[in-house]
Structures are given as C-alpha cells and as structure tokens.
Design a binder for this molecule. Structure first.
Ligand SMILES: Nc1ncnc2c1ncn2[C@@H]1O[C@H](COP(=O)(O)OP(=O)(O)OP(=O)(O)O)[C@@H](O)[C@H]1O
Ligand SMILES: [Mg+2]
Length: 262
C-alpha cells in the first residue's frame, strides 16, 4: 500500500482538490483506495465525499479523524500524535492499495505523523510568492516563520532515517497553472526549480487552473465522472490526463521534471 500525504504550511494551495481528484481517479482505475481527512477546521474532503455518497458516485473509503480530546491537547505537545499509525496498519491489513491523507496547513502533531508515515509527499503550490515563501522563507525575512515547511520535511527525514525507514519521495505540485504564460509564473518556477536540489524535492508541473474542477466539485463530482450527456469537454479530458499523470507519479513512476515554459 502506498501512503500519500498531501500537505504544505500554506492554506488554499489545492491540497483537498488534489486529494479528491486523485482519490476518485484511483478508484475509477480499480484500486482499493482509502482517504483520511486531517483538516479539523473545514472538513472539505469529508464534505465532498459526503456529496458523492449521496449521489452514489464511486468514492474512496473515507475516515475523518476526530479532534483530540482536551487532555491530549493540553499536555505537552508530542512531535507526533500516534493516532495515525494504527489506522495505516489496519488499511494495509485490509488490502488497500492507496491511502490518501489530506492535511490542514500547520505544524500539528497529526500532520507531522502523516508525514512520518508517508511513502510520498505531495505539496501543491500556486505560482505566487506567498506560496513559495510557505515552502521556504525568503533570505533575511524580517518575520521568518517559526518553522519552514521545508525544515519540517528535514526533521521528518531525519526521524525516518533514525528509524531505519526508506527515503520518501517529495513532489512539489504546481497547481492552478495558468494557460497564459506570465513573468511572475516564470520567476516562481525558476526559483522553485533552483530550490529543488537543495531542499530535495522534485518540482513537477502538473495541474492547470480549470474552472471545471470547481464547477463539478459543487455537486461532489469530478472530471472522472461521466457527464449526464456522456460527452467530455477538452478541458475535462485534459484535466483527467493531468491527474492520471500525478497518480502514476505517486504509484512509483519516474518524476517528470517541471518544463521550463508553460
Ligand atoms: N487546478 C485547479 N483548478 C481550478 N480550481 C482549483 C484548482 N485547484 C484548486 N482550486 C480551487 O482553489 C481553492 C482552494 O483549493 P483547495 O480547497 O483544494 O485548497 P486547500 O489547500 O485544500 O485549502 P485549505 O488549506 O483551506 O485546506 C478551491 O476553491 C478550489 O476549488
Ligand atoms: Mg483543504
């Protein structure tokens, strides 16, 4: 079973969208898929899958992790919560092929554990300075964040190595890429590509901004569900192939490096 953790410290980058699309794509491909929602604030993935279930659309088997009880919260914060490991073990024993963990932004103990247990980490980001700085703070930042996402990954890697666990893949997913090339997009892509080797991630250019993803999500649908008239638009077809490529990547296919031009 592959455990894929979708995360990043910046909010609104597309974590839930990527989790939802990949989960549905994998189920449609015949894989046994489980998903786990760690976002205790919005529960976006859980709401999306509730809509799907109401419409009897094929979906991953889903677990929403409940809030920790007050006692656990008020005690000195452990580095990881220990709540996920039994779930992952059970999913493995139950014969799932893929476990997708959608996280919330922030360095919480459940989120840390989701990183520790992951075979692959996906970090969506948009072509914006704010998203880039959520990954690694700018040099000499006056108000540097308490911990960069990249530093947290270093700690996870250290902890895994100490535990004798194999290296994980870490992929930064450029999400909501515009079909129109822009100067800022080019600058961000160059800087992210330059950081890739130093930080140890693969920068992959994967998902375009497609209104259809938002429009379909309103009803718990995705580009992988057959439209009522049976006809797929070009955007839906392209959206499918982008998500399928990402799925192949997390299943172990060779990472495709980010192209230089849009
Ligand atoms: N490739 C895309 N094309 C079109 N819209 C997108 C795409 N990716 C994300 N969005 C939209 O961007 C918004 C934020 O996406 P999403 O909720 O997936 O982000 P998130 O990282 O899960 O946010 P949070 O940190 O709040 O959990 C949503 O409105 C979503 O529909
Ligand atoms: Mg989300």
């Amino acid at each position: 079973m592959r455990v894929v953790t979708i995360s990043g410290f910046k909010g609104g980058t597309g974590k839930t969208t990527v989790a939802a699309l990949m989960g549905v794509a994998a189920v449609k491909d015949g894989l046994r898929v489980a998903s786990l929602d760690l976002d205790r604030n919005t529960r976006n993935l859980s709401s999306f899958l509730t809509l799907r279930r109401a419409s009897r659309l094929q979906s991953p088997d889903h677990v929403m992790l409940m809030d920790m009880d007050e006692d656990a919260r008020t005690n000195a914060k452990p580095k990881h919560s220990g709540r996920l490991e039994p779930l992952v073990r059970m999913a493995k024993m139950d014969g799932y092929d893929l476990l997708i963990i959608d996280t919330s932004s922030g360095n919480l103990s459940d989120v840390y554990e989701a990183h520790l247990l992951a075979d692959v980490i996906l970090t969506p980001m948009n072509e914006s300075p704010a998203d880039m700085h959520g990954l690694f703070a700018p040099l000499g930042a006056a108000a540097a964040p308490r911990i960069n996402y990249r530093e947290m990954i270093d700690t996870v890697r250290f902890d895994r190595k100490r535990a004798g666990l194999p290296e994980q893949g870490w992929h930064v997913v450029m999400n909501r890429v515009s079909s129109l090339p822009s100067k800022i997009g080019g600058v961000i892509n160059d800087r992210v590509a330059a950081m890739a080797t130093e930080a140890g991630f693969e920068a992959v250019w994967r998902l375009r901004d497609r209104v259809v993803h938002r429009a379909l999500a309103l009803e718990g649908r995705t580009v992988f569900d057959t439209p009522s008239d049976g006809r797929l638009t070009m955007s839906e077809l392209s959206g499918r192939s982008e998500v399928r490529a990402l799925l192949a990547l997390v299943q172990g296919a060779q990472a495709q490096h980010m192209p230089r031009a849009a």
